[in-house]
Ligand binder design. Structure first.
Ligand code: TC6
Length: 709
């Protein structure tokens, strides 16, 4: 500790994080207990790396110390490398060097893992000679989600510990494994019952019982995976994570671990790591890591959330049922209300069928399902909502109906109950006006299916109170949603910005649906825009157009599809034809119809480069995003990206439309938006004139001032 103090007080005070050192003397010998300490998740910031480096040197020189136990403070082992250092540059000592020095220790080193050991955190554990874990521990290598790979030796050490095939899955899936599974796969040597102190004691005893010279595993890999098996894994992950570079790079490293000596494998890992780290995907994914955490924060909101134990849901349709499942799965008591007994029964039976499928697929046990179902109470009487802490209305989109229901909720719900509407676009303030407590009314806009889609847009009306906002944000957190507070405008954020995508215009210019979809899918969208329309149903579109009576010449192809009753998947044909399994293929009759419309309007079919298709599709989205910001409908540019990524499956590795716009360059975006005949957002023009960068102080302040205005 003296040494570390000298380092810390010798001019490097700005370093984040530290390591605590304790010498524990027992009757069997003395053990050094090192505790990584860097709130909240003990990320391996420079101070932690320096601490580990120094203390391992000290331990080596101290003949009294027989072994080392390495653990973490704050109920966590370690959340990995400090991701915020990636953008600013990492200063020495490097994590790989620190781990190599630990591994080279002549004295046994035991990782005592309580809470999570993730990424570089688990790589540190891999550098230890043994890994003991508490029952609540988890381990994983989630670097793939940040567009990188376990670059501190993880790709070389894990295959030597558990074999290549399992390593591919751990690293390419990137999901943490809970203690029993982690032990089964081989990530932990033992799981210890009891609290943190029991784990440390067991680790101390274990360390002292091990041979004094540490076991080494750095020879060749176990060669358990043949080339063919790894080639199959490449294909599997190309499908599971299409377009992503990191999974393929990870498999390259694992191949090296199977075939080459450790030091040569490390060289391959370093090369692959550098390629990924300097690429656009890693940048975008690391941006998303912070964006999805940032969006949950509401500047200037100091109100505390109210208690949340129970949720009422009004309407047992598709949305209501999905919200009920999501609430019950996350421990809320649910009152599912539908005044129509038949709807209620149908809703409950859909929920039960969904869970029966989960049991079949083994994603949930029968016991889990029973616990969840026991939390959902179907009823058809409004009085049942009287004790709920929050009520989410999920009936169909009709303002008069919603107003009527909110007046009823106002009459039965207890004071302080949050009255939320799941409307996907109606004015929250108008809905609130039907109650005597507009400060308790907010929008909670779930995306379908609500139990699957991660986004929750909370919509503040002009009269929504601070406590209501805080409670709705806490509600999202409880449901494990990525929750964004947005403004009260038509379509809110995700639907509004994605709704202006230029698919109809490109189609009307003579580009075939399959070319448009192929471009979008190559960009990383899960489904091209016209396949998406086939899924949503062109009848919805057609009815809206008939109702509004506004005809736009760009949409004549859509109109023709509607008139020909080509509604999409639901009618077996739309832009494509569909088989029983809803697989799509090109449809000559759809193409003939489109060709006919084109020739009636003097349009020649043409090919358009994919990049140009993407610009035509998504630059309008970017422009609309800027408009949302200038109108004060979002708190940050990155919130718009979060809404598109989690609400519309915009490819995470591209970072969302706003991040994309800054990558393209705002002057180019503005120029093209003007060329497309769109009215450019004033904020976009201002950002170009003032040369604002994404997340620059001035840009953020300008957006925040619109939000608070
Ligand atoms: C790596 O290790 C690469 C190695 C290769 C060789 C170099 N760094 O998620 P929460 C912050 S890559 C910096 O809300 P939870 C987070 O931003 C890393 N900051 O909490 C937030 O800050 P805020 C591989 C980090 O309890 C706060 O901590 N590791 C890091 O729901 C709380 O986070 C990973 O990918 C970090 N590594 O979940 C793991 N981790 O309060 C990433 C967290 O200012 N982390 N923060 O907003 C996680 O998955 C989760 O944070 C968690 C805790 C499970 C550790």
């Amino acid at each position: 500790s003296k040494h570390l103090s000298r380092v810390l007080f010798g001019g490097i005070q700005a370093m984040k994080g530290q390591v605590q050192y304790e010498k524990r003397k027992t009757k069997d010998g003395c053990v050094a207990i090192l505790t990584m300490d860097n709130k909240p998740v003990n990320a391996l910031s420079q101070g932690v790396r320096v601490g580990l480096d120094q203390y391992f040197k000290e331990v080596a020189a101290d003949s009294e110390v027989k072994a080392v136990v390495l653990t973490g403070a704050h109920g966590v082992f370690c959340g990995g490398a400090d991701i915020s250092e990636f953008a600013t540059g990492v200063e020495g000592p490097m994590l790989g060097e620190v781990i190599a020095a630990m591994e080279a220790s002549e004295k046994p080193v035991v990782a005592a893992i309580d809470g999570v050991a993730l990424g570089g955190g688990y790589e540190v554990a891999l550098g230890c000679h043994y890994r003991l874990a508490s029952q609540r521990a988890q381990a994983g290598l989630p670097e793939v989600n940040l567009g990188i790979l376990p670059g501190a030796g993880g790709t070389q050490r894990l295959p030597r510990l558990v074999g290549a095939a399992k390593s591919v899955d751990v690293m390419c899936r990137g999901a943490p494994l809970k203690a029993p599974k982690a032990a089964e796969v081989g990530l932990f040597d033992r799981v210890i019952e009891g609290d943190h102190a029991a784990l440390i004691q067991a680790s101390v005893d274990f360390a002292l019982s091990m041979p004094p010279v540490a076991e080494r595993r750095l020879g060749r890999g176990t060669a358990d995976a043949a080339d063919a098996a790894l080639a199959a894994k490449r294909q599997e992950y190309a499908k599971l994570r299409p377009g992503e570079a990191a999974p393929q790079a990870i498999i390259t490293c694992i191949e090296a671990a199977v075939k080459q000596e450790f030091k040569d494998g490390m060289r391959v890992e370093f090369q692959e790591f550098c390629k990924l780290m300097t690429g656009a995907q890693a940048q975008a994914l690391q941006y998303m890591f912070f964006a999805e955490r940032q969006c949950q924060k509401v500047p200037g909101l100091d109100a505390k959330p109210r208690a949340l134990q129970s949720c009422g849901i009004l309407g047992a349709g598709l949305m209501g049922g999905g919200i009920a499942m999501c609430c019950a799965e996350n421990g809320l008591k649910v009152v599912l209300l539908d005044v129509d007994q038949k709807n209620l029964e149908r809703g409950m039976s859909v929920i039960k069928k969904n869970y029966a499928r989960s049991v079949e697929r083994k994603s949930k046990s029968q016991a889990q399902v029973e616990t969840i179902l026991s939390k959902i109470h179907p009823c058809s009487n409004y009085e049942a909502l009287s004790e709920c802490d929050i009520v989410v209305e999920a009936v169909f989109e009709n303002m008069d109906l919603k107003k009527k229901l909110f007046a009823q909720l106002d009459a039965v719900c207890k004071p302080g109950c949050v009255l939320a509407s799941n409307t996907s676009g109606l004015d929250i303030d108008q809905i609130a006006s039907a109650t005597q407590r507009p400060e308790d009314v907010i929008g909670c806009h779930f995306f379908s299916p609500a139990n699957v889609m991660k986004l929750l847009e909370n919509v503040r009306g002009p009269r929504t109170g601070g406590e209501t906002i805080a409670t709705a944000m806490a509600f999202g957190k409880k449901l494990k949603k990525v929750t964004c507070l947005v403004g009260n405008c038509g379509g809110f954020i995700a639907n509004r910005v994605m709704g202006v995508s230029g698919a109809a215009k490109v189609l009307q210019e003579g580009v075939w649906p399959q070319d448009i979809d192929a471009a979008a899918e190559a960009y990383g969208m899960r489904m091209g825009p016209l396949r998406m329309w086939d899924l949503v149903g062109l009848d919805l579109f057609g009815r809206e157009r008939e109702k509004s009576g506004v005809l736009n010449p760009e949409q004549v192809v859509f109109d023709a599809m509607y008139k020909a009753q080509r509604f999409g998947q639901k009618s077996g044909k739309g832009f494509y034809q569909y088989d029983q399994q809803r697989r799509h293929q090109r449809d000559p009759s759809a193409e003939a119809l489109i060709q006919q419309v084109w020739s009636n309007t003097g349009v020649q079919p043409k090919t358009m480069p994919q990049e140009e298709i993407i610009e035509n599709l998504y630059l309008p989205v970017v422009n609309e995003g800027f408009k949302c910001l200038e109108e004060g409908m979002a708190i940050r540019a990155s919130d718009i990206d979060v809404c598109c990524v989690f609400g519309y499956n915009w490819p995470r590795y591209r970072g969302g439309p706003m991040k994309w716009a800054f990558t393209v360059g705002l002057p180019t975006v503005l120029q093209k938006v003007e060329q497309m005949g769109l009215t450019p957002s004033e904020l976009l023009k201002e950002a170009v004139a003032k040369k604002w960068k994404m997340n620059s102080k001035d840009f953020n302040a300008r957006i925040l001032s619109a939000w608070t205005a």
